[in-house]
Design a protein around this ligand. Sequence first.
Ligand code: F6P
Length: 319
Amino acid sequence: VKSIAVLTSGGDSQGMNAAVRAVVRSAIFHGIDVYGVQRGYQGLLNNDLRPMDLRSVGDIIQRGGTVLQTARCKEFMTAEGQQRGAEILRERGIDGLVVIGGDGSYQGANKLSKLGIKTMGLPGTIDNDIPFTDFTIGFDTAVSIVVDAINKLRDTMTSHERSSIVEVMGRHCGDIALYAGLASGAETILVPEVPFDLTEVSNRMADNFRAGKRHSIIVVAEGAAKGDDIAEAITKSNGIEPRVTVLGHIQRGGTPTHNDRILASRLGDFAVRKLIEGDSAKSCGIIKGELVATDIDLVVSTKKSFNMDLYELALRLSQ
Ligand code: F6P
């Protein structure tokens, strides 16, 4: 491998910049030329690549978003688009590509590897929905943002003895709700992976208020239900009127935590070393603190398992 490229794709996440920096600096350390692709696969098809040097990734480790920008690209989902992408890389003498993104981005990397480009995927998404890694880049920061928001909501909910529903991101994966709910002492955590009964939720809320609790926090993943719908059902059932907060894209911005920066730095460097070894079509992850590379084929065809132990712990501690 003499020359590699790096791109960020799909929804952005905090720590993507730290990952780009690690890829660029690790490549340069190993004597490899490195290019940055602007706007993900769309930028690749537009031939929007620029050489990166050590200084081009200075002062970005602490920034949210991605300096390479990102896009969702329909054209790259077609066989012709993928073929053209591989040709553009080959014409520029680039034989390796690091893709930082989620599931969809991985599919693209997998296709390119079948067309002769060596690829490595880095899990860059706040959702923590990628299997074969304990954590994705951005998840820790997103959870911190949610916990901070819940701390603030608690203050005002307690003053007014109110109930608060906090809707968080996670279309298919409840990890943000689970971790933030556990860390902030939420009374109820609703996730797409576990069926729930709203009558039971509202009875528990009413019982708790009767027993002297001064606030009630429900964290709901967007993939489980809409906060407004939960509020309506609760009011119908027990007469309490919860206030709903939808945190939305706030969860995807801001400076990455040290955990995300370190994870991104380790994974970016690992991906470059794997490419140098000649490896391809792998997703780089971290399991119990150890760096691992898993076939992208397996990663995209496996559903991330839900941590029921943590969910049950949250239930036990939320009475
Ligand atoms: O990055 C994943 C995610 O955060 C989901 O949890 C959320 O539903 C989605 O992105 C929204 O992204 P966008 O508004 O960019 O489509």
